[in-house]
Design a protein around this ligand. Structure first.
Ligand code: FEO
Length: 395
């Protein structure tokens, strides 16, 4: 894509990576991603806000060269994770007069992760202002979105918030500014990104959102995905996604070896939907864990569907339960359904143990022997009744 000017003398100089399929060796990317680095040229000084993933160093360097950048005075690091910071030291070596701007935690992490010498840093405090001449940067510490050191920069004259991962999306584009027609796609990618990256930090997000209320923001320029030139969409979405109130929704990741658990899942899904409960079911053998993460944002209940394999849950069900636990959604109820050949006791114990940190109420599971009988299907109807009743208590 090359560089592009997002506002007068403010340039995107980052990289588009449409072919990347996996992030953190964990998160499937359906639309690739971008590493957004921005150059802000003031009348006296220039600042580079974040860099790019190390695999894309040539793109950043070429963009700076194409813009004929001879001097960078400040390199602002919003976040020490290497997809944004990985090239900071290379840039600092190329521009030896540049000071690396970070908060205290960020500086310590960058020194540790990238072995950058301390003398290159200028440590800023929350709210500190840096004048570039006709442009003024204000640093806002926005911790835990999604690391402890994360911060944002507000460009006062242009009312632009550079938010790094906060409000971002893994979505690659042939242009940086989304049009009105792109809103649905961009918001879907942003929701998935929220589920994968931000979901465990909902309370921190609420705190940071309150902090940002004091700023008039005309544009949000994150470090992944498109720039939001109408920030109200993403701000309102973050309000909804980070709220404490779940929806009337069940998320049902499942795996089935010989069809018995699948039969239970299909019947149970239908039973819940007949009671007005929305169900997102995911076949874990071909499911997309990004979709699962996005569905968890609004779920009140999670049900794991699994057969018993060698006296325990299927490994894919263990993976799903562990992922759910790690993402810390606001689910209030959990349960388990599935079929076993000779004993299912350990399946229940192990999954319930993995999910216990969620502190959700365990609704009596339905784990049956072999192919479900009519009596077993009635037990699933009973479970659906209990879930409907449980949701009515909290919604
Ligand atoms: Fe995009 Fe947390 O790095």
């Amino acid at each position: 894509m090359g560089y592009s000017e997002i506002s007068k003398n403010i340039f995107f100089v980052g990289a588009v990576d449409p072919k990347r399929k996996l992030f953190d060796e964990l998160i499937p990317l359906t639309d690739g991603t971008t590493y957004n680095s921005y150059l802000v040229k003031g009348s006296r000084f220039s600042a580079l806000l974040d860099t790019v993933d190390p695999t894309m160093i040539d793109v950043l360097m070429n963009n700076l060269e194409s813009l004929n950048v001879k001097k960078i005075d400040f390199i602002v690091s919003h976040h020490a994770e290497q997809d944004h910071s990985g090239v900071i030291y290379d840039i600092a070596k190329k521009f030896p007069e540049a000071a690396i701007i970070a908060n205290k935690k960020g500086k310590d992490m960058l020194m540790n992760l990238l072995r950058i010498p301390e003398k290159r840093f200028r440590v800023i405090e929350d709210g500190e202002v840096l004048s570039l001449g006709d442009k003024t940067l204000q640093f806002i510490i926005t911790p835990w979105v999604h690391w402890p050191e994360t911060m944002s920069t507000y460009l006062k004259e242009n009312r632009i918030l550079f938010s790094c991962d906060f409000f971002g999306s893994h979505f690659s584009f042939d242009r940086l500014m989304a049009t009105e027609n792109d809103i649905e796609k961009v918001m879907s990618a942003a929701k998935r990104y929220y589920g994968e990256i931000m979901l465990p930090f909902a309370s921190n997000i609420r705190t940071n959102m309150k902090k940002l209320q004091d700023y008039k923001i005309d544009m949000i320029a994150p470090s992944h995905g498109p720039v939001h030139d109408d920030p109200s969409f993403i701000i309102n979405a973050y309000r909804e996604w980070s709220s404490d109130k779940p929806g009337n929704t069940v998320v049902l990741p499942y795996v089935s070896m010989h069809g018995s658990t699948k039969k239970m899942v299909d019947y149970f899904k239908n039973s819940l939907e007949n009671r007005g409960v929305r169900v997102f079911d995911f076949n874990l053998t071909d499911g997309d864990t990004g979709e699962l993460a996005a569905a968890l944002i609004n779920a009140a209940t999670i049900i794991i569907g699994t057969p018993t394999v060698l006296t325990g849950p299927h490994p894919l069900a263990v993976y799903a339960a562990y992922l759910v636990k790690a993402l810390r959604p606001r689910v209030r109820f959990i349960s388990i359904i599935g079929s076993y050949g000779w004993s299912g006791k350990k399946t229940l114990e192990l999954l319930a143990d993995i999910l216990s940190p969620l502190k959700a109420e365990l609704i009596e599971p339905v784990v049956i022997k072999g192919l479900p009988t009519n009596g077993d299907l009635e037990s699933l109807d009973d479970l659906a009744d209990k879930i409907k009743e449980a949701h009515s208590r909290i919604l």
